[in-house]
Design a protein around this ligand. Sequence first.
Ligand code: SAH
Length: 347
Amino acid sequence: MKADIKSMNQEELGGFLISLGEKPFRAKQLYPWLHKKHAESFEEMTDISNKLKEKLINSCEFTVLKQVSVQQSRQDGTRKYLFALPDGNMVESVLMRYKHGNSVCISSQAGCRMGCRFCASTLDGLVRNLTPSEMLDQVYRIWRDIGERVSHVVVMGMGEPLDNYENLLKFIRLLSDENGSSISQRNLTVSTCGIVPNMRKLAEERLQITLALSLHGATQEKRQALMPIAKKYEIHQVVEACKYYFQKTGRRITFEYNLLGGENDKDEDARQLGALISGMNCHVNLIPVNPIRERDYVQPDKDTVLNFKNKLEKYGINVTIRREMGRDIDGACGQLRKRFSERQGEG
Ligand code: SAH
């Protein structure tokens, strides 16, 4: 396989150029074209000689995702993209516009093997991990598409990022590199279903990113009914790993809790959740579930959501209710891709 040039850091790029018989300082020229100006082809790179361009075209893979479709919300400007990877697999990414800046939600895998009951991305299993360049390019294509800086990135799209650990780490380092797009690690959030050994490993990497933990149930029993991975990593182990992450990084944990009507939205659930995490330096994000066609989960009504929030706040916990973005264009994560592949199958 050819070398994937957009997955290389500046040092690796230098080494690669040497292997082509070039001077390593050319990396200083090439790297910003890839990671700062988000070039779509070598042709664009005006200060690179034709001879070098030709060598590069012959010797490496230049990963650029193809925009298959984009839908824009009339309510809040949210844009939902479907991108084709070089091998034709599809992933979804979302742009959300906030007062504090443009935030992009990216996918880390094509499909997913975690099997969470309420999630559309996992219905057809895992196809493959994304490379660092494929994760980066979701951000880069959107950046170019809107002609504005992307300031925040969340890895909350399709896939389990900690199931693609090495590529994720490379992605984080490239994205936050000051010679590249220079997105602050403090503006980067990685969401996990709770793969404990990799959460602990991540805590040791000297990063400043936010870790979000998908909790969804406040007891072992409830959680494992929704998330098969919970059978492997018990709820208290997961919470311990979150505490360890805070200890090591000083970064406050975000707990995500999908509210599923009648399943995990009762007073008792709020009490159990409060008891589980009270005293931790954390934040809870309540997310009324986005129902998918393949399952019967429903959103709780507004009063139930507010009541749940109030109960939780009694434990001194900081709670927000996720503002629904792009409700009019929606379909939950993974639905766009699934619909598309179903249409292809029909066609
Ligand atoms: N695998 C990672 C990241 C991708 S999922 C994780 O589990 O965190 C990102 C978030 O979207 C998770 O909190 C997940 O529970 C949530 N999610 C998945 N399907 C959803 C749905 N139908 N409605 C609301 N949230 C959903």
